[in-house]
Design a protein around this ligand. Sequence first.
Ligand code: G
Ligand code: G
Ligand code: MN
Ligand code: NA
Length: 253
Amino acid sequence: LRLINELRMALELGQLSVAYQPVVELATRRIIKAEALLRWNHPYFGNVEPAYFVPLAEEAGLITEIGDWIFREAAASAKRWSGALGTAFQIGINKSPIQFLSKEQDTWVEYLREVDLPAQNITVEITEGLLLHASSEVCERLLEYRDAGIQVALDDFGVGYSSMSYLKKFDIDYLKIDQSFVQDMEDDENSRTIAESIIVMAHRLGLKVIAEGVETLRQREILNEAGCDYGQGYLFSKPLAAPEFERRFIRNE
Ligand code: G
Ligand code: G
Ligand code: MN
Ligand code: NA
């Protein structure tokens, strides 16, 4: 309970930050994408895991405020890095199902217009849990994103329900293969077969594939041979604060 109250203050006190993890185009090794990830640096507890505090934020009714904050931060980075590279740099932002379903006004499309950032620079990462209970509001919101040009990625694919009907029913641009498959791929024939099958299926449906949790050269090689479009993981880089990300991946210092 106390931690919920502290989370309420965390934004104001500047304890929340954004870490960016590069997403690498496997065939070319180019980096023109990243995922934005929340970080909470607590004065006593140090780094609190988002897996722990995001549910707290949802419970406390803070997720829209925090979600909108990270969205704006990420949009500013996408704009700065696109300018520096002279090409569209895309950032993926996780949107909590609770924020997605909340009655509060969704201001993301409007905000992009305000700051004059092309919507193509933003990908919204959603999970299957959202689509499982997809109401007409969810469908409308996804269509609103689509019309504006925001892309949609389905996160953690392969765990959970992985119902193929979602892929038929919703207009999704990217599948993110869950890191559990990638990490077992070298030793476990089944995980490798599942990953390869997801890639083939996704491509035939016109989706691009991002493999998560790539940690070894061998995993990168297997994924590249299987035609996987993108990789993300500690092999390339852990999530980094904006200045360090910019130094390494935008200015190549
Ligand atoms: O960065 P890390 O691997 O610790 O993230 C753990 C989980 O927390 C991720 O699976 C991610 O989906 C979730 N997460 C990270 N940042 C955000 C965010 O800004 N919003 C939401 N809703 N979830 C996030
Ligand atoms: O949104 P999602 O829950 O998929 O967030 C990805 C999470 O996975 C982040 O919290 C990130 O810190 C973590 N992560 C990123 N790359 C790797 C990796 O190569 N190995 C492992 N174990 N975790 C990773
Ligand atoms: Mn994600
Ligand atoms: Na994921």
